[in-house]
Ligand binder design. Sequence first.
Ligand SMILES: NC(=O)c1ccc[n+]([C@@H]2O[C@H](COP(=O)([O-])OP(=O)(O)OC[C@H]3O[C@@H](n4cnc5c(N)ncnc54)[C@H](OP(=O)(O)O)[C@@H]3O)[C@@H](O)[C@H]2O)c1
Length: 291
Amino acid sequence: MNILGTGLSGLVGSRIVKILTHDFSFEDMSLATGIDITDFKSVKKKLEKSSAAWIFHFAALTDVDAGEKENGNKTGNYWKVNVEATDYIVKCASEQGKRILYLSTDYVFDGQKDSYHENDIPNPKGWYATTKYEGEKKVAQFRNNLIIRIANPYRSNPIGKTDFVHKIVERLWNKQQIYAPKDQIFVPTFIDDIAKALRILVIHNAKGIFHVVGDSPISPYNAALEIAHTYALSPNNIHPTSFNDYFVSRAPRPMKAVLIHDKITKFGISMNSFHSGLKEVRKQEIKEEII
Ligand SMILES: NC(=O)c1ccc[n+]([C@@H]2O[C@H](COP(=O)([O-])OP(=O)(O)OC[C@H]3O[C@@H](n4cnc5c(N)ncnc54)[C@H](OP(=O)(O)O)[C@@H]3O)[C@@H](O)[C@H]2O)c1
């Protein structure tokens, strides 16, 4: 099956392409391949020429704190890429009878509840999250489309942007002090699991919103200890702090972003816990080092 994608060179997209390379044939619409998705004419032309039945729309501006500097600015880059470009893709895809798979985020929720199902109403706190939710709304105008919410994705050997796991590994390796919130909860998600879930959802013609997140909610403090253990690095420089202290003067975000993923289990999809996903990442990295 041919897939036309956006953001396939990113942290998540590049790994998904690698894992699903035998299942799908991917073509990327990116600045590197000559397409700026904020240019309506380019998007329209590309979609008209493509025989792909699906658009995997992963491209976004993703720096939460940088995005906050544009808060409220609908002529800013975050609005242009995350909302307007999504609108262009949705319009052109619907004209061409193509379906969209859109990657969204746990940050669409405000974190006031203990956990969130797919049908809970989002209430994004920061500008990045707001633009992603506005993107969701564009995609959801057509019932055949698929919205996948992920959270804190990690993988082996990240390329381009690094993931939170490898940021911590680097700091531990360099013997830097690490302060991590003990009262925050998130659900780190192994990107290899996201790839496998997307494949199954697409094959089953799934529609609507799905949470595709890791199996174990954890605090960043405990996640950092788990990383130190898995990479056989000393945990002595890891210190607990509070969510409020850690994120003071940073973009607002949810303190408890626990997404429930029961809905995907009906498709036979299972997700790794942070413990098992991290072990697999390390195993893949050791194998590649040996080769
Ligand atoms: N990373 C996370 O923590 C996280 C968490 C939850 C959800 N998500 C969602 O998952 C998706 C993928 O995230 P990621 O972390 O893999 O992103 P990323 O590494 O920051 O990559 C962003 C991608 O967007 C493309 N892009 C940006 N502006 C573009 C433009 N004007 N035209 C064409 N392409 C453009 C980039 O292409 P170039 O390389 O050509 O610039 C790149 O491939 C995003 O939708 C994000 O909101 C991410």
